[in-house]
Design a protein around this ligand. Structure first.
Ligand code: KG4
Ligand code: ZN
Length: 340
């Protein structure tokens, strides 16, 4: 019965988005995300509020995912969920739900690594999107991670560079906070950056050896720069928001591209993929596209809806683990930290 379709219900609840998706093999039938606006006023994710909101959202989000997919619970082949990394209280809501559902339906349970999922999202069937061939390089850029990964096969991944302090998404969010923008500030900095002059202000890039990154110094530099200018002109931010954002974005993209170029030179691998929330960034997307012509790379930029946290990416990993019969039992534990 080689052509019997596999239906995976996947659940993602690692941070502040409650998400569920249904996949038929590698194709996404539905991909539903309930964003939690409650954190906006606090300037960051409040873990306690996140797990409460997950509890409120998870049943309706899963129901909508099944309805949109036109699939009944009884048709499901397996239930996949995010095991980690993430906020423990948030992860537990998704894992408890997934365990109970798999048990009730008597189908396999599949535990998925969130960071693997950001990378393997490129294997979702989508018209107009090519899939990378192994081995390829993946740069995962999110609110919690900044890594360059050598992807040898679906489940053989090697971290060859990572941040020594803040993640790039944090650099965006913290810069935004300094500018008085609400959380998460990354998308707003990106929006204003597109209207500004990237060379208006110069920020120095950190000197970190090899393929590792550092973003905490940049954040401090931006803080001092803003404080100094606001002391001279209280309207400095409002008058120069676009140029400030464009200059920050330009610096961040340069930092990321320098390391990617080094990774390609060191490994000889010219297939380069990006993933994670910051891969939604317009500047990173266009710079990477340009690198195809400039350096002869083949680049893989995720469809917008698979950049920030979503359950479709958990589903594609679930599907490939299903094919390999890599299942978990109900004793599987959530993990706030977990290696690739
Ligand atoms: O992958 P993700 O949704 O959650 C984590 O696993 O961390 O990434 C969220 C991060 C946030 O820091 C957010 O500000 C950033 O991705 N982000 C962006 C953009 N869209 C989301 N950063 C820069 N430009 C964007 N367009
Ligand atoms: Zn993520």
């Amino acid at each position: 019965m080689a052509d019997t379709p596999v239906y995976i219900l996947s659940i993602e609840s690692s941070c502040d988005d409650t998400a569920a998706a249904v996949l038929q093999n590698a194709k996404v039938l539905s991909n539903v995300v309930a964003r939690q606006d409650v954190h906006e006023q606090y300037g960051g994710v409040v873990p306690e509020l996140a797990s409460r909101a997950h509890q409120q959202n998870i049943v309706p989000v899963v129901d909508v995912a099944l309805i949109k997919a036109g699939i009944t619970r009884e048709q499901l082949s397996a239930v996949a969920f995010t095991q980690g990394p993430g906020l423990m209280g948030s992860l537990l809501v998704g894992s408890s739900f997934a365990k109970s559902l798999a048990l009730a339906l008597n189908v396999p349970l599949v535990a998925v690594n969130h960071m693997q999922a950001h990378i393997l999202a490129h294997f979702i069937d989508e018209d107009g999107f090519d899939k990378p061939e192994f081995p390829f390089l993946a740069m995962t850029i999110s609110g919690g991670h900044t890594q360059i990964v050598r992807v040898n096969s679906f489940f053989d991944m090697e971290v060859i560079g990572e941040t020594t302090d803040d993640a790039v998404g944090e650099a965006y969010d913290k810069s935004a906070k300094i500018l008085g923008l609400p959380y998460p500030g990354g998308p707003l900095v990106d929006k204003y950056a597109q209207l500004g002059n990237p060379k208006a202000y110069a920020f120095t890039k950190p000197k970190v050896p090899g393929l590792d990154f550092s973003f905490s110094g940049l954040k401090t530099q931006i803080l001092y720069f803003v404080q100094k200018n606001v002391a001279e002109n209280p309207d400095f931010i409002a008058q120069n928001m676009n140029d400030i954002c464009a200059s920050i974005q330009h610096t961040i993209i340069n930092i990321l591209m320098d390391k990617l170029k080094l990774a390609v030179a060191e490994t000889g691998i010219k297939q380069v993929a990006i993933g994670g929330g910051v891969s939604a960034n317009s500047g990173i997307r266009s710079t990477l596209k340009e690198a195809e012509k400039k350096y002869g790379w083949k680049t893989f930029i995720p469809k917008f809806e698979y950049t920030t946290d979503n359950a479709a990416m958990i589903g594609i990993v679930g599907y490939h683990k299903y094919l390999e019969h890599t299942f978990s039992d109900a004793s599987v534990t959530s993990k706030a930290r977990i290696q690739l």
